[in-house]
Design a protein around this ligand. Structure first.
Ligand code: HAM
Length: 429
């Protein structure tokens, strides 16, 4: 076939989906323990929402949005979910009924970027947004939560980088300072960065070109140029992270590609990921609720890229084993296949993972499949079993076989082996 999935998108086939399910189940369990409730917002939003929140001169708004229509009717596939979550928070008046909200989301995002390993046009994020508070402990909580998730999934080797970037007002002095410094060396910067000096000078700090890095690393650190209360906030976040045993590094050159951030920003990277090494990015955005028409309320959050998270887990070779089958029914002949179909229906409705052959293959091939699927038990259905009703249950781990009088007895035996007491369990028929 000459039609393929669009560039930068990916099909997730069952084997891979098992990893996704494991990650998502861990997220739902862990985030609930931290008091976060799930929010689901539309996949597309008014374009104005992203322009207003992410910022007109950011890469995302300038060139990466999938947008349909023009003017006030223009819609955009969401490139991120922070702005949609704040939009929903205000639209449903949560700021009036219960201003402090801890929300999380899992879902696809869309950015028209040049695809490469770890960079997709449709990708998925797990994110949290804690809205309605300015406590630095909350900044530390969301960072600790991201790290806890990685730990729970068995991922080691990630690194947390932390910085504070202030508000547009509080960083204006620093902005002018580095604009002056960079203008003096403009001819050594890449063409993009030369443009950025006026439009969005902080993006120069994020450029990956060696020449630009060499120059930006000689600039003074922003921390020394922030007002005292903001420096204190940053110090408190660090203190809380140390108290929670979350290792981190201060990185005075860390900036993020969104205009909505104020105060704390952070990224978590993993060495196994190559050029696109950010697993997670986030920070505090204390002006966004007000910028979108709400009251002045603090907020902080992060998002983790699921594709990158799974790449890091796989690179660290921590495969997640699929759930094994309880029983595989090997059939010999048409009558046995029909009987197996009925047995499977009964067993599955009673909670077992059970399967059979639908390809009409021979006994040996079916046994190989049972092995491949990791079946704990196998039963062979042939003319004898159909005539007598008695079934043989083979334990694949020990090789031992036992006879059971009928399918109900088989269910009970398998449950007993699983450590459950068969007594008193109701059967669904
Ligand atoms: P972000 O840094 O743009 O932040 O994205 C967060 C994570 O999403 C990245 O660290 C990366 O793992 C993943 N990601 C981003 N772009 C791609 C892509 N093209 N392909 C694959 N993965 C990607 C945000 O989106 C903010 N909304 C985070 C936030 C929430 N800040 C506060 N609250």
């Amino acid at each position: 076939m000459d039609i393929q999935a669009p560039l930068g998108t990916e099909d997730i086939l069952p084997e891979q989906a098992a990893l996704w399910q494991k990650a998502e189940a861990t997220v739902r369990d862990l985030f609930a323990r931290y008091g976060y409730g799930e929010i689901r917002t539309p996949i597309f939003e008014s374009t104005r929402l992203f322009v207003r929140s992410i910022g007109e001169s950011t890469d995302i708004v300038e060139k990466e949005m999938y947008t349909l229509g023009k003017g006030d009717d223009s819609l955009t596939l969401r490139p991120e979910a922070t702005a949609p979550v704040v939009r929903s928070y205000l639209e449903h008046n949560l700021h009036k009924t219960k201003a402090f909200q801890k929300l999380y989301y899992v879902g696809p995002m869309f950015r028209h970027e040049r695809p490469q390993a770890g960079r997709k046009r449709q990708f998925h994020q797990i994110g949290v947004e804690a809205l309605g508070a300015s406590d630095p402990l909350l900044d530390a909580e969301v960072i600790a939560l991201a790290c806890h998730l990685f730990d729970e999934l068995g991922l080691s080797g990630y690194r947390v980088r932390l910085n504070a970037i202030g508000t547009p007002q509080s960083r204006s002095g620093y902005r002018e300072l580095i604009q002056g410094e960079l203008s003096r060396q403009a001819e050594k910067l890449c063409p993009d960065c030369r443009r950025r000096i006026e439009r969005n000078v902080f993006r120069v700090l994020d450029c990956k070109q060696a020449g630009c890095i060499a120059i930006s690393r000689q600039l003074p650190s922003i921390l020394g140029h922030l007002p005292e209360p903001e420096r204190q906030h940053f110090a408190r976040v660090g203190e809380a992270l140390r108290a929670a045993n979350v290792p981190f590094e201060e990185d005075p050159y860390l900036v993020r590609g969104f205009d909505y951030y104020t105060a704390t920003v952070f990224e978590i990277a993993h060495g196994a990921l190559g050029a696109q090494d950010a697993l997670c990015g986030g920070g505090r955005y204390d002006n966004l609720v007000a910028d979108l028409g709400g009251p002045s309320l603090g907020a902080v959050g992060f998002a983790i890229g699921i594709e990158r998270l799974l790449m890091a887990l796989q690179a660290a070779s921590q495969p997640i084993a699929p759930k094994p089958l309880d029983l595989y029914i090997v059939t010999m002949g048409d009558a046995a296949r029909r009987a197996a179909f009925q047995h499977l229906n009964f067993l599955r409705r009673n909670g077992l993972a059970a399967d059979t052959d639908y390809e009409g293959r021979g006994l040996k091939a079916q046994m190989r499949t049972a092995n491949k699927l990791g079946a704990r038990f196998v039963t062979v259905l042939g003319d004898n079993e159909l005539a007598s009703g008695v079934l043989k249950l083979k334990n694949m781990a020990t090789g031992s076989e036992e006879e059971v009088a009928n399918i109900q007895a088989m269910l009970q035996k398998i449950r007993e082996h699983a450590g459950e007491s068969a007594g008193g369990i109701e059967l669904n028929t």
